[in-house]
Design a protein around this ligand. Structure first.
Ligand code: COA
Length: 161
């Protein structure tokens, strides 16, 4: 396992500036970061996998050690295929902790050699979620301060009337 390869998995429906901040910080620490669009069977998504990948690709174009891929199986298997030792997850508030502990523990059961590393979300981004940016955008609010350019452009073009 290469200690300097990390993966950052999520549903990213869509990517927000909170996610982007984690990606930028991870890219300054690790040699390679794979942002992985995964499937959470408990969520139905608004955006297609292609759209989610496209938004992320456009948002990370300035980071040459960041790669974006889709994975439809267990995230731990993806990590192994990429020879990654580290799985990054963002923590916003104490309410995220229980859910994240469950995922990290399940992943540790599946492969104890892959470590989950938590990065604290910047406090100014701690209220942001993919769900609440969609809710605000669908209601016509300006979300330009909450999402990368590519996502904001989508909502500008597809404004609900
Ligand atoms: N900035 C903004 N939002 C953040 C954030 C940050 N820094 N950190 C977390 N979030 C939000 C996300 O926006 C998302 O919000 P939403 O619920 O409104 O959509 C929420 O926190 C958590 O979603 P996300 O980080 O995308 O993870 P997830 O739980 O939806 O999915 C997978 C994670 C896809 C990686 C996971 O389900 C998976 O790996 N699935 C494959 C099966 C597997 O291997 N499971 C693990 C063993 S059980």
């Amino acid at each position: 396992m290469n200690k300097t390869i990390a993966i950052y998995p999520g549903t990213f429906d869509p990517i927000t500036i909170g996610h982007l901040d984690i990606i930028e910080r991870a890219s300054s620490i690790y040699e390679k970061v794979y942002v992985t669009v995964g499937i959470n069977p408990n969520k139905s998504t608004f955006f297609s996998v292609e759209d989610r990948l496209d938004f992320i690709l456009k948002s990370v174009a300035h980071l040459d050690n960041v790669f974006v891929e889709y994975n439809d199986g267990l995230i731990i298997e993806f990590a192994k295929r990429k020879n990654a030792k580290i799985m990054i997850r963002g923590l916003r508030a104490v309410t995220d902790f229980e859910y994240e502990l469950q995922i990290a523990s399940a992943n540790m059961y599946l492969d104890r050699n892959i470590e989950t590393i938590f990065m604290m979300t910047r406090s100014e981004y701690s209220f942001i979620s993919s769900s609440n940016v969609k809710e605000m955008a669908f209601a016509g609010a300006d979300i330009s301060g909450l999402v990368p350019f590519s996502v904001n452009e989508y909502f500008k073009v597809h404004k609900r009337r």
